[in-house]
Ligand binder design. Structure first.
Ligand code: HEM
Length: 430
């Protein structure tokens, strides 16, 4: 059966070429290599290129469709008939090992009370609760405070000389920013971080039963913590998002306690888990492309396009999932309700039909809309905040240090795929 492929520009003009949705065991194999082998984790991009070339839209032997081209990923993410469908009964699992297992279902059942895993009309209601906090204008007002944090962290790095960048800078910066916004006391943030990481593991396509249980326990523990914090804000309001959420709950009895707590957890977690990796992946890319690093250092105004290009180059979010909420179609191919679709955002970002010379890192790239923040109604609510943090952080780093030396040429990647980031990035700065 035929579907169509867009040969497009960033503005969306499209020349259509037919493609077929095929089943191809080779694509299954390539996908597995991306998901589970250390080589795939270290560099998934050659494997993505093979997947796109073999079948931009493919039906896997284990059920889900896989889309890897930019236009197809965009079409899926923007289609209102394709949503989260995280209603427990579908389990949320992706691969046979996770599929249908009750504890996997339990994770999604407990997670679906926030916007990320909700469908309209709940999604609309939950997103509206906080969307005003993250508008570009509100984010701009935070610039001086973020700049001050960047300067402080750079001072600490300068004093140390040798640092592990992820723990010395990439994690503390976004955690402090989102912690202040949400209203998590500074001294408690670091204690919550391992719990957030355990919960984040729950959205990975492949995980062990032990990791799944840890994710469920993490939700429970964070739920207790944020529930107490909300009570505290009711007694003593502050100028933060938690107070806003507590007040919204008191005003609107359509909101449940669980939704309010779940929203607070989502914002805190999403605010740093991904931005941390934008800083780590981005700096590693720069160190591996010294000409581009030098160009940015020579022209600090390059920040906004540079950040978009780093997002495209090595996205902190590689994979997204959708399920058909009703009968749908993908470029003419019928899709049954419940059909799951794997959206390979990281592959879309290197699609040569959309990006000229996709394998070239070009910090001045024009008309660059990476797929990294998703698209459609779930488009990342924190995109402006993440971009601003990364601009100030990386511009600051390049201006502050004359030399930034990588102490490990092949730093190790975290054993996760949806969220792509480094375990450690040891550096010497001068
Ligand atoms: C580089 C950093 C970031 C990346 C790559 C990123 C990526 C994404 C992606 C791909 C989605 C869409 C998920 C989907 O379609 O199902 C998303 C949603 C979301 N992001 Fe981000 N994110 C980043 C930073 C942030 C920050 C700083 C916040 C702070 C609040 C945030 C909060 C959210 C929330 C609340 C959603 C859910 C939106 C919805 O479902 O309507 N993200 N993000």
């Amino acid at each position: 059966m035929n579907s169509v492929r867009h040969r497009g520009t960033a503005h969306g003009d499209a020349e259509l070429t037919p493609v077929s949705i095929v089943s191809d065991p080779m694509v299954d194999g390539l996908l597995m290599q991306v998901l589970i082998t250390p080589e795939g984790r270290a560099d998934p991009y050659p494997l993505y290129a093979q997947i796109r070339a073999a079948a931009p839209v493919c039906r896997t032997s284990f059920g889900p469709l896989v889309v890897s081209g930019y236009a197809d990923c965009l079409a899926v993410l923007r289609d209102p008939r394709l949503g989260r469908g995280a209603d427990g009964s579908r389990g949320g699992g992706l691969l046979p090992s996770g599929d249908g297992s009750s504890s996997r279902g339990e994770f999604f059942e407990r997670s679906r009370h926030n916007m990320l895993l909700a469908d309209p009309p709940d999604h609309t209601r939950l997103r509206q609760l906080v969307s005003r906090t993250f508008t570009p204008r509100r984010v701009d007002e935070l610039r001086p405070a973020v700049q001050a944090l960047v300067t402080q962290l750079l001072d600490d790095m300068a004093e140390a000389g040798e640092v592990e960048f992820m723990s010395a800078f990439a994690l503390p910066l976004p955690m402090a920013v989102i912690g202040e916004l949400v209203g998590v006391p500074a001294e408690e943030r670091a204690v919550l971080q391992p719990l957030v990481r355990a919960v984040a593991k729950g959205i990975e396509p492949i995980l062990t039963e032990e990791e799944n249980q840890a994710a469920i326990a993490g939700i429970e523990e964070l739920g207790g913590y944020f529930g107490d914090l909300l009570e505290e804000r009711r007694r003593r309001p502050a100028d933060d998002l938690l107070t806003g959420l507590a007040e919204a709950r008191d005003r609107d009895d359509r909101l449940t306690d669980y939704e309010v707590v779940s929203t607070a957890i989502l914002l805190f977690a999403a605010g740093f888990e991904t931005t941390t990796n934008l800083l780590g992946n981005g700096l590693l890319a720069l160190l591996r492309h010294p000409d581009q690093l030098a160009a940015w250092r020579a022209d600090p105004g390059l920040g906004p396009t540079a950040v978009d290009e780093l997002l495209r180059w090595d996205s902190p979010v590689q994979l997204n999932l959708r399920a058909a909420l009703e009968p749908a179609d993908l470029h003419g191919e019928p899709i049954e309700p419940g059909q799951r679709i794997i959206v390979l955002q990281g592959a879309a970002n290197r699609d040569g039909l959309h990006f000229p010379e996709p394998e070239t890192l070009d910090l001045a790239r024009a008309d660059n809309v990476p797929m990294s923040f998703g698209a459609g109604i779930h488009y990342c609510i924190g995109a402006a905040l993440a971009r601003m943090e990364a601009d100030l952080a990386l511009t600051g780093l390049l201006q502050r240090f004359e030399t930034i030396e990588l102490l490990d040429d092949e730093p190790e990647w975290r054993a996760s795929f949806t969220l792509r980031g480094l375990l450690a990035l040891p550096l010497r700065v001068h």
